[in-house]
Unconditional design. Structure first.
Length: 128
């Protein structure tokens, strides 16, 4: 009389086995190191009319991006670069909030790396 119960338990364990092995393939429970950046930057559009701004990628997540004045358009490069299009020489204020993940173990990335046309950058307190 105990034999059917033993067989039922063994069958139940066999059904759970794939679930137990699947857990071993989950990623680590923490995010890679990152830096939150919130900035206001004063920029001057270069002679080509393209103002380089951060773009979401594997290493960067852009949460907010606003410009005054507004851009006439945008363009993207083959390596994920993002440019906003303006008349050359236009003074533009860029407000941006983004997260930068560490690509080589160092999460400290300077905002100037992401806004190379900025003439002044003010660091703000990052939002949630």
């Amino acid at each position: 009389m105990l034999r059917p119960r033993v067989e039922a338990r063994a069958a139940a364990l066999l059904l759970l086995l794939p679930l137990a092995t699947a857990c071993s393939t989950l990623p680590a429970p923490q995010y890679p190191p990152f830096t939150e950046l919130a900035v206001r930057a004063d920029c001057v559009v270069p002679a080509n009319g393209r103002l380089r701004v951060p773009a979401s990628s594997r290493d960067c997540v852009v949460y907010e991006l606003a410009t005054t004045p507004g851009a006439a358009g945008e363009a993207f490069g083959a390596d994920g670069e993002r440019w906003l299009l303006f008349t050359p020489g236009t003074r533009v204020q860029v407000g941006c909030r983004f997260r930068v993940y560490a690509a080589t173990g160092d999460a400290r990335r300077d905002a100037a790396t992401w806004l190379p046309d900025a003439v002044a950058i003010e660091t703000l307190t990052p939002g949630p």
